[in-house]
Design a protein around this ligand. Structure first.
Ligand code: GDP
Length: 608
């Protein structure tokens, strides 16, 4: 394979580093660097103005704040305007937060890069057939078609333009990567079988694509089948808000048969057209950054990961930090075992030379020296360990009930047996609306409850909900060890009821006073050491032992307090009804008189 190695041009290192200069936040003339949680004092310093003047201006804007108080961004923007300043966001310069770096290239350094495409759609609608057909019928020019390996992505060339397809099956992978901050897809191809129409996973795919703000191209597949009905697919997708361009909307529909290869050229043309509209660009002359699509431990090669280069050029010999680990790129090859020395933007390559196996969705960044790479990885590892340790606190629905001061968020991981029930749960849970509590569905997917779920739950203080699925004994143990609660259900409404109750419990309870009854004092018995006992007649409602009470004399409330005792004859009782007599005492109050009215009430929690 050595002759296949693509030689780098032997230029001397010209690639720019991705770590922003430490002076990136130096404010120039008339520029205020905005950081979250800025105090008035800090804003004043940034604006080069006396605090008093800033406080005055704030008053003018109707905001009363002293120099140690924080102000929101909008207010700071107004202030900056008043002082003739422009505001700029703080640039993250801390290399241990490299995954938050925002890289901005000069327009002149940018060149077009291939589109990165993910194929999504309902099961059996033909995603795999389409991916295989595209791969097998188009080989990047000049390369022999070797035996392919599964590396999670491949690149093809169509009419001189390259396209990268991500081959990770399933929407869960797509969402999970996004959840981890790795937005790698530019365009989503939504495969819909013309003989089946819009199905639950079709809708799910649309949601995911929308959430990722990816344009969708619809591939109406299986058009070779006699039962194919393109019009029906178009019609059904309209209900999902996807309007075909031929009906005046903005979504391209292409008819294909992935099995027979019909219309696939046209689909690729449409992808290229969309890519052109999107004007996708990158700067090949910087050290690479990108994301991990897949990773595993290979018995022969050690940790291997498929990287998608999103900006810059990755070279063999580069040092990289990736997730919480690091390494030096030893080799790079594509899905056909073609080896590369350089991987340019939008290329997907399997990389060897890492110290440990990273996770799908981890970001990577190339660096010019090993020491920095190792340092960053070490620091990140320590940070994640700390975060995990502090997150391992017992979480259970009851805890949340009790913990009124918790941060008003309920994190859930939902696992269900079939797509249908998971979808139903997702939408029902999303509709649960309890004022100030935020319900976060961290993961909502089909499948058994696994160790990964437990780890994620521990890290995010989430509760795991299993619907018609059960954890293995080993997973159960690990959940116990990490203090993660797993709740199992087989009835949707029961599950919803419990969650809603927990959410209600999370709210600070609100009470209102409810008057329960009234009684008249007919006689007062003064007993030494015990105090005054009122002999009463309950004139309406019911008098309860655990009551608040008001003593009313001639229409005026003379005392408010609590009952100390309630008796009928010699017995302590819980309540006495209208029309009966009783004896009672009032806590810390003996100055009762015949003819006084005692009104009793209880504090009742209001259901929201
Ligand atoms: P996936 O679950 O979306 O990946 O679907 P597959 O690619 O596995 O396809 C499911 C079934 O549909 C397979 O039996 C395919 O052979 C068949 N299939 C896929 N595309 C076409 C097509 O264009 N025409 C016909 N007739 N069958 C197709």
């Amino acid at each position: 394979m050595a002759k296949n190695i693509k030689k780098s041009k032997g230029k001397k290192e010209e690639r720019v580093s991705n770590i922003p200069a430490s002076n990136a936040n130096k404010a120039g003339d008339g520029v205020l660097i905005y950081k979250e949680g800025m105090t008035v004092g800090e804003v004043a310093t940034g604006l080069n103005a006396p605090v008093a003047k800033v406080v005055m201006k704030l008053m003018g804007l109707g905001v009363m704040a002293n120099q140690n108080q924080t102000v929101d961004r909008e207010t700071i923007e107004l202030l900056a305007m008043e002082f003739g300043y422009e505001i700029k966001d703080e640039v993250v310069t801390d290399a241990t937060r490299f995954d938050e770096f925002k890289i901005e290239d000069d327009e002149k350094d940018l060149i077009s890069r291939p589109a990165v495409v993910t194929i999504m759609g309902h099961v059996d609608h033909g995603k795999t057939t389409l991916l295989d057909h595209i791969r097998n019928s188009r080989v990047t020019a000049g390369e022999a078609g070797g035996i392919t390996q599964h590396i999670g992505a491949y690149q093809v060339e169509e009419k001189g333009r390259k396209i990268t397809f991500i081959d990770t099956p399933g929407h869960a992978a797509f969402t999970e990567m996004r959840a981890r901050g790795a937005q790698v897809t530019d365009i989503v191809v939504l495969v819909v079988a013309a003989d089946d129409g819009v199905m639950p996973q079709t809708k799910e795919a649309i949601e995911h694509a929308r959430a990722a703000k990816c344009p969708i191209i619809v591939a109406v597949n299986k058009i070779d089948k006699p039962t194919a009905n393109k019009a029906r697919v178009m019609e059904e997708l309209t209900h999902e808000g996807i309007i075909p361009s031929e009906w005046g909307g903005d979504t391209t529909f292409v008819e294909i048969s992935a099995l027979k290869g019909l219309g696939v050229d046209n689909l690729l043309d449409m992808i290229n057209l969309q890519a052109e509209i999107m004007d996708l660009k990158a700067n090949p002359n910087r050290l690479a950054t990108g994301s991990v699509i897949e990773a595993q431990l290979d018995r022969g090669k050690g940790p291997v990961a498929t990287f998608i280069v999103q900006n810059g050029t990755l070279k063999v010999g580069d040092y990289v930090v990736v997730g919480d680990t690091y390494g030096r790129v030893r080799s790079m090859e594509d899905d056909r075992h073609v080896k590369y020395n350089d991987a340019e933007p939008s290329m997907a390559v399997q990389v060897t030379g890492l110290e440990e196996v990273p996770f799908a969705g981890d970001k990577f960044m190339a660096l010019s020296d090993e020491r920095t790479a190792r340092q960053i990885a070490d620091e990140r590892k320590t940070k994640s360990k700390d975060a995990l340790n502090s997150a391992v606190q017992a979480v259970s629905l009851e805890d949340l009930f009790a913990d009124k001061d918790s941060d008003k968020e309920l994190n859930l991981i939902v696992k269900g047996d079939v797509q249908g029930s998971v979808e139903a749960l997702r939408s029902s849970l999303e509709q649960l609306n309890v004022e100030t509590i935020k319900l976060n569905l961290i993961r909502c997917s089909v499948g058994a409850i696994t160790d990964t779920d437990v780890t994620l739950a521990a890290a995010s203080r989430a509760i795991i909900i299993g619907f018609n699925v059960r954890p293995t004994a080993q997973v159960r143990q690990s959940a116990e060890a990490q203090g993660v609660e797993i709740r199992l259900y087989n009835i949707i409404y029961k599950l919803l009821e419990d969650i809603e109750a927990a959410m209600n419990g999370l709210l600070d309870p609100e009470y209102e006073e409810v008057v329960t009854g009234q009684c008249e004092i007919r006689e007062v018995f003064k007993i030494s050491k015990v105090g005054s006992i009122a002999g009463c007649y309950v004139s309406n409602g019911v008098v309860q032992r655990e009551s608040l009470c008001r003593v009313i004399r001639d229409g005026i409330v003379v005392y408010e307090g609590k009952l100390a005792s309630l008796r009928r004859f010699k017995d302590d009782v819980k309540s006495v009804k209208e029309g009966f007599e009783c004896g009672l005492q009032i806590e810390n109050f003996n100055d009762i008189k015949e003819g006084d009215i005692i009104e009793t009430s209880i504090m009742k929690e209001i259901k929201r």
